[in-house]
Write a protein that binds this ligand. Sequence first.
Ligand code: ADP
Ligand code: MG
Length: 464
Amino acid sequence: MAIHKEYEILDRISDAFFAVDNEWNITYFNHEAERLLNKIKSEVLHKYLWDAFPEAINQEVYRQYHKAVNEQVPVFFEMYWPPRNMWYNVRAFPSMNGLSVFFQNITEQKDLATKREEHYKSLFHNNPDAVFSFDLEGNYLSVNPAMEQLMGYTEAEFTNMNWNPLVIEDEVEKVNSYFRKAATGETQHYETKVAHKDGSIKHVKVTNMPIIVQGQIVGVYGTARDVTIEKETEKLLLESEKLTAVGQLAASIAHEIRNPLTSVKGFLQLMKQSTGESNETYLTILSDEVSRIELITGELLVLAKPQAQDFQVADVGKIMKDVIALISSQALMYSVDIQYKFGELPKLKCIKNQLKQAFINILKNAIEAMPNGGNIHITVNHENDRIVAIIQDEGVGIPEEILSKIGSPFYTTKEKGTGLGMMTTVKIVQTHHGTFEITNTSNKGTSIKITLPTNLEAVEDLIL
Ligand code: ADP
Ligand code: MG
């Protein structure tokens, strides 16, 4: 009777409970068991367990109970029971008399877990980015359809693979170091190149992050986005930009050569008409002009590294005067008056032809900025070991927002401009370790200030 008392208690516990004897005959079946298994106690009591529940034969539950009995060990497991569409959490304890089984309905928790899992699975499965996971050795564990599409392999093929052969050879070392870092817990973002199954190369943007389960890093997740098209467009753009640049450079070179050629032609004409004594001046200017052409054709010298012998002692005032003489015919044509005032100037170690070119570029812009004529004021002075040249015009000025762009190659607002004049000028000034400043004057013109150090000897070593 003691046994029965015990069973009465078991009737009231919230767990489902049943017991079988050594012959698998059911000796007890509590209320909760009736409810969960949808059987009435009288129906199953004293029945052979496997007759009462034939659906269980040879299933996991069948194996577990036999294990408990044969090995005399308790077993704990979760099982799905199709007749009731339920999940149970089972604990079975063997004893001398048979087997006692306790179980609970865990269907709700299971559903929730499944739902949650499905949520994640959906994120994985339907992600437009390729998503994949690796074990810590870099073997694929799973890949999503976007990954299959990106690389051309099926998930089954992937899971027999390591990432290694998919990354192009030059990139393996780099990718390996990112993978290692991700495997130690640091998320990594990088770009690399991979080979599609068909042999084509793809540019991908990859993220690698650790998979952390219960505080332990167990693998690495990856996402990849195909950026091949972006990369190719970028390359094409760069190439076409280069071509345009070459075209513009050619135009500018032609343009820069045409100017001195025009003045050579002009002076030759003048010499033809004039008497012998003024020819001396013309000849000097002519030879200077010819050497300027030589310079430009040689290469855009300013863009190359200057040579030591290029630096010579010269008079900046004289250089400026030559330039003014040179440009005066053009100034006259546009009714532009050039006024200049020079202070006492020391000789300067410089590349004479380059300074000349810089002054020409500035004066030409000034004239072009005054299509209806005006004045250009030039001052050149000696201030604290520097020669300071200021060229001011009364032209259209430069809008504030584009001021910072002046001097970048090919930036022009003129229909037939090359946008190389100011770039070249800035470069020349830099070569001379000087400073270049372009500002708007209060009366709407433009002012350019150039300063050149006179003690270039001291900095010469730096340049060459
Ligand atoms: P380009 O003369 O071929 O346009 P530059 O490099 O010489 O090329 O000049 C670049 C641009 O700077 C010009 O197109 C013009 O917009 C602006 N600029 C330069 N100097 C002046 C100036 N004195 N007055 C107004 N704008 C100027
Ligand atoms: Mg110009």
